[in-house]
Design a protein around this ligand. Structure first.
Ligand SMILES: [Fe+2]
Ligand SMILES: [Fe+2]
Length: 363
């Protein structure tokens, strides 16, 4: 993929601009792009964390102490580093930053709104702290983009994105996973670059270690919220847990494979990197999910690769247009659906939930 393919995907951007139109990139919505969410804010008022009160209070105290207060400061500007990258790497890295910023900011907006709209003091405190961190994270990525003259107007982003409604329980499953997967993604990159500092092509990666501890803590809060209401983790809801696990994993797999040059520059193979992230995420999510996907099963891996191939047929079909393109798209959609179903129907592993929920970020 190169700068042009990124830009061609968005209708509003001319294909010849030297700098990518990041506003068109964030505005353009696909099944794979990070989304903005809204929920039933009133439902937060009745959430009761008494089942996990002790762990909850400890986590809140840790977050109030703000361990990363001074972390997101930098000595100098990063100007010129992105501009100096090879064009393909530059395009994929910008795509990575823009999509990371969108996810961080999407969390910031949702959490801030949750804090504002609830009267439940536990929820108010939690979501204020979460919004504080995500706003810092989004701002830090934006500084790196601004250094290159491609900063994103966050006011514009707030208004331009579509908001998707999710019931609170769906928000909790998906946000729990995205926080933990965010941790696993950042820590895997950080560890790789700690072992191979010569591959660190941008200074922002040096911030990833403490940064991902924020994401880990955020995930802990959602683990406690889920464990505070056991019916969210039993009965038919186990099917939803499996659905969200698979949806998050497959989206990540397809999206990461669209950035081959970026991963190569980091010395990572996207397939190995993604399965490493899935393994970390599975180990962590034993704190809360009664089922886990067996991502090491060769049948799972084969189906994931077929889903990736199908999603490439959809892209190619869109690019080609006409009857041939429509046929490719349909075949791609059928393949993606069939392989998603195949993975979904594979027998998950059962997991006994531990008495203590909290974990340490030990990866
Ligand atoms: Fe974040
Ligand atoms: Fe987070």
């Amino acid at each position: 993929m190169n700068a042009h393919t990124v830009i061609e995907r968005s209708d509003a951007a001319p294909a010849t601009t030297e700098k990518p139109d990041v506003h068109a990139m964030v505005q353009h919505e696909t099944v794979l792009s990070p989304r903005f969410y809204t929920t039933d804010f009133k439902a937060l008022d009745s959430i009761d964390v008494s089942l996990v009160r002790k762990e909850w209070d400890e986590l809140m105290a840790e977050m109030v102490s703000d361990p990363n207060k001074k972390h997101f400061k930098r000595e100098g500007s990063f100007a010129g580093i992105i501009a100096g990258l090879e064009p393909e790497l530059r395009a994929e890295f910008i795509d990575f930053l823009v999509s990371s910023l969108t996810s961080e900011f999407s969390g910031c907006i949702l959490y801030a709104e949750m804090a504002r709209r609830t009267t439940n003091p536990d929820m108010k405190l939690l979501f204020k702290l979460l919004a504080r961190d995500e706003s810092r994270h989004a701002g830090f990525i934006n500084e790196a983009l601004k250094d290159e003259g491609i900063g994103i107007d966050l006011g514009f982003l707030t208004k331009a994105k579509k908001y998707h409604y999710f019931k609170p329980k769906f928000i909790f499953y998906s946000v729990y996973l995205s926080e933990k997967i965010g941790y696993a993604r950042y820590i895997a990159i950080y560890r790789q670059l700690a072992a191979h500092p010569e591959l660190r092509f941008h200074p922002i990666f040096q911030w990833f270690e403490s940064w991902c501890n924020d994401e880990f803590r955020h995930g802990e809060a959602f683990a406690l919220l889920l464990r505070a209401d056991p019916k969210l983790l039993t009965g038919l809801n186990k099917l939803w847990v499996r659905f969200f696990l698979l949806a998050v994993y497959s989206t990540m797999y397809v999206r990461d494979h669209a950035r081959p040059v970026f991963h190569k520059a980091l010395g990572l193979n996207p397939t190995e990197y993604d399965f490493r992230v899935f393994t970390i995420c599975t180990q962590i999510s034993r704190q809360v999910f009664p089922v886990e996907l067996d991502t090491d099963d060769p049948r799972f891996r084969r189906a994931m690769d077929r889903l990736l191939a199908a999603s490439r047929r959809i892209d190619e079909g869109k690019r080609r247009g006409g009857i041939g393109g429509a046929f490719l798209r349909m075949s791609g959609m059928a393949g993606a659906g069939a392989n998603f179903a195949r993975m979904y129907l594979m027998r998950p592993r059962r997991n006994e939930l531990p008495a203590t929920v909290r974990m340490q970020p030990a990866w």
